[in-house]
Write a protein that binds this ligand. Structure first.
Ligand code: GLA
Length: 387
């Protein structure tokens, strides 16, 4: 891939000397969905699919960017002192936003550069191609300008860019898992305190399978921000009597005792998901650490039911994939992953049944939904880095 990205660079800009190459992964969340912005825990990992990039500094203020995934957009060019979100700059707004946020925070990016990117994360699949691109830009800038910015700081800048420059009110999970990923390890992250620990995912007889519904979704036009608002309102209602800063601080019992404070059935369901999912995540990590993969799988299944019934962010495609998975003998656990409404499921599947799983679930999915799902056996890889 390093060779490929260098080739794209030299074809686009007609030189190759002094070019540095980087890789930034995508992510899959094993459990802890829609908990990050509710002050709860998540348990994601970086995957081996991701975004490759090549970059070289220029001696003027011109920035030129090209993506091998959006060839029809051609080379996008702008001045380093003119960083605005421009509709026609499309994908380039993601890296542009990162530069702007770095500048706003005192990092003097004054010099232009040439850059190409090429990613193999299926677009719009909910595996965080946007956060992957953001971290790619952040790490590249950090390296070529020798800023020496701490990795967690970079992660925060990338989230800030997605929130303020792109306008998507996401939590910190995606950027954190991509920036901080480690091989064969998932990250238990408390999104309230940003305290985290790595947990080895040492599956012997099972593999992680990601299945893409191929139903496209965009976060910005999904009901993502609506769910956030519902949870924020539920929190305010609870705060009428409880001294809490986030839903993530509540146990299931505390929630049940106080849910009458929330004056709307829908909001009770949303808050219930946030509280129970957070506790489920902690239980799941404990189970994994005790090598109890069966309990881990059960908690994944419960997570999906809660996202379907209480949080209502699944949809026919995701529910069909999970239901088909649960009917297959190779499945230990299965759930939607990411924001929902489309995108992917993540499943733990017995190694010797994977082929049959993909055939059977794939075929039935097509019969029911009318088009194919895609399946990938996921490897847990390292975070964003120079290659
Ligand atoms: C998206 C957001 C994350 C997180 C998930 C849901 O991926 O970017 O911050 O909220 O949805 O868990």
């Amino acid at each position: 891939m390093k060779k490929n990205i260098l080739e794209i660079f030299s074809k686009t800009f007609n030189y190759e000397e002094g070019v540095r190459t980087f890789f930034s992964p995508g992510r899959v969340n094993l459990i802890g969905e829609h908990t990050d912005y509710n002050g709860g825990n998540v348990f994601p990992c970086a995957i081996s699919f991701g975004t490759y990039g090549a970059i070289s500094l220029r001696d003027d203020k011109v920035v030129r960017m090209y993506s091998g995934n959006f060839v029809d957009k051609g080379v996008i060019s702008f001045n380093i002192d003119n960083l605005r979100n421009e509709k026609e700059h499309d994908w380039a707004n993601y890296p542009k936003g990162v530069i702007e946020i770095l500048r706003q925070n005192g990092y003097n990016v004054q010099q232009g550069f040439d850059m190409v990117v090429f990613g193999n994360i299926p677009n719009g699949a909910g595996l965080s191609s946007s956060a992957s691109l953001e971290l790619l830009m952040a790490v590249m800038i950090n390296e070529i300008f020798k800023f020496n910015i701490d990795r967690v700081e970079l992660v925060k800048f990338c989230q800030m860019s997605e929130n303020d420059f792109i306008g998507v009110n996401c939590g910190i999970m995606d950027q954190f898992s991509i920036g901080m990923g480690q091989k064969n390890r998932a990250i238990l992250l408390d999104c309230n305190t940003l305290i985290y620990k790595y947990s080895t995912v040492d599956l012997k007889d099972e593999v992680i399978v990601i299945a893409n519904t191929n139903k496209r979704r965009g976060l910005a036009d999904s009901k993502y921000n609506e769910r956030r608002r519902e949870c924020e309102k539920a929190l305010r209602e609870l705060q009428g009597e409880l001294k809490i800063n986030s839903l993530g601080e509540l146990t299931e019992e505390e929630f049940e005792k106080n849910k009458h404070l929330i004056k709307d059935e829908i909001r009770i369901k949303r808050a219930k998901h946030a509280v129970y999912e957070n506790q489920r995540t902690l239980k799941a990590v404990n189970a994994l650490e005790e090598n109890d993969i069966v309990t881990f799988g059960k908690l994944m299944n419960e997570s999906h039911s809660s996202l379907r019934d209480d949080y209502e962010v699944t949809g026919k495609e995701l529910d069909t994939l999970v239901e088909l998975a649960l009917n297959h003998e190779g499945t230990i656990g299965s759930r939607m992953t990411g924001a929902g409404f489309g995108g992917c499921t993540v499943s733990i599947i017995k190694k010797d049944k994977v082929e049959d799983f993909i055939n059977v679930v794939g075929q039935k999915y097509k019969e029911i939904i009318g088009y194919d799902a895609d399946f990938y056996v996921a490897n847990i890889g390292e975070g964003t880095r120079e290659i």
